[in-house]
Design a binder for this molecule. Structure first.
Ligand code: GDP
Length: 369
């Protein structure tokens, strides 16, 4: 019997048939890889070499089974979220499955936050949001998988809370879970040991196990696709535009009531009512912002979407959801948060509205800066 070959990046069983399924590797690459004994699936290969994201399709049933299995274990659960997309990166129903297991909440991508931002406020907000969703994390930690910040702190914290148990790392796709795991692996394990993978029972999902010193494991689970993430409405190129790669430079706009800001074609911010005021936009430095009159904004959007207002691109706008409007009456300094995109800080008592593609949240929080 031949053993199924597994990707040394994510542990998926290598297959050469279906591009869109987990573990796909082109035949030619597979042959070369067999010689060296190291095979990456195409997804991991692109990720490692080009920082490109490829989603694999996983069924909801598989997720439920995965979560179920984790719930039945006595383990520490490390939930990695994207601080830029908190709502988009919460795993629906996670709290129902974790049972009595402790959850450590890790907010990743802290490197893109402007220096002026108060990290303790962000952690406090994450805690509150988690509570709102029924999750009671034992601790909250901020990391940058890219810059390797706080990795030691994370490992110490894992050690503190796992108390001799296995550790499951869970997260939705795009939060940086693989990048973080790679960092952990480089620090703690011999890469060859990682090939130890197995399936979650009853699923098509593979887990990758990183041995810990006391014979327990750190278990990387497949990324879960959250359909309400802004990222899922966009192609890879656009994802690079909206996901901040570098420290965000806040942009300040002096606006009068009746003015609108378009964040590419992805979101819209209207200053509805109030005295002239300044608004600070925190989004990826590569996302174009356009100022226009509120009264013309609908027409402007219709006319320029896919061109002046992009992403989405012209050939993507067909499938791009309509923007939905949320109105807010602001009393104190507040962030209007567009899930997955960023936020606008409003400092005076005014009425504003935020628009995002149907399904993506626009919420308010006490200003972090
Ligand atoms: P996964 O789907 O959760 O495994 O996420 P990946 O590890 O594939 O990362 C998704 C994207 O986020 C990639 O473009 C990464 O380069 C980027 N990324 C991951 N970690 C960080 C981080 O700490 N900071 C920043 N700025 N980007 C990150």
């Amino acid at each position: 019997m031949t053993e199924a070959l597994q990707c040394i990046g994510c542990g998926a069983v290598i297959q050469t048939e279906d591009k869109n399924e987990i573990g796909y590797t082109p035949k030619s690459v597979l042959e070369k890889g067999m010689e060296s004994g190291e095979v990456y699936c195409q997804r991991c290969f692109r990720l490692r070499h080009y920082n490109e994201i490829q989603d694999v399709s996983l069924t909801d049933d598989d997720f439920l089974r995965l979560l179920n299995e984790i719930g039945q274990k006595d383990a520490l659960i490390v939930n990695v979220v994207d601080i830029f997309d908190f709502n988009g990166s919460i795993i629906p129903g996670l709290h129902r499955f974790v049972g009595d297991n402790p959850v450590l909440l890790v907010g990743n991508k802290v490197d893109v936050l402007p220096k002026s931002l108060k990290k303790t406020k962000l952690k406090q907000w994450m805690k509150e949001q988690a509570h709102d969703k029924g999750l009671r994390p034992v601790d909250v930690l901020l990391t940058s998988a890219k810059r390797n910040d706080e990795l030691d702190a994370l490992l110490d914290m894992i050690e503190k809370y796992r108390e001799g148990r296995d550790v499951y790392i869970v997260g939705v796709t795009n939060v940086g879970k693989s990048t973080l795991i790679n960092q952990i692996v480089q620090k703690t394990a011999d890469v060859k040991e990682l090939i130890t993978t197995s399936k979650f029972p009853g699923t098509t999902l593979d887990k990758i196990e990183i041995p810990l010193e006391d014979g327990q494991f750190l278990i990387d689970t497949p990324g879960i696709i959250h359909r309400h993430q802004m990222a899922h409405f966009l192609g890879e190129k656009d994802l690079k535009i909206i996901a901040p790669q570098k420290e965000i430079k806040p942009k300040i706009y002096q606006l009068n009531a009746g003015q609108t800001l378009f964040l590419g074609g992805l979101a819209r911010f209207d200053f509805v009512k109030g005295e002239k005021s300044s608004f600070t936009v925190f989004v990826s430095n590569d996302l174009m912002i356009h100022r226009t009159k509120l009264e013309n904004a609908d027409k402007f959007y219709e006319k320029h979407l896919g061109e002046l207002l992009q992403p989405p691109r012209n050939d993507e706008k067909e499938h791009f959801p309509e923007l939905e409007r949320f109105e807010f009456s602001i009393k104190e300094k507040t962030d209007i948060v567009f899930a997955g995109l960023g936020w606008v800080t409003v400092k005076d008592p005014v009425v504003v509205s935020g628009w995002a593609p149907k399904g993506v949240d626009v919420i308010t929080r006490q200003a972090l800066v």
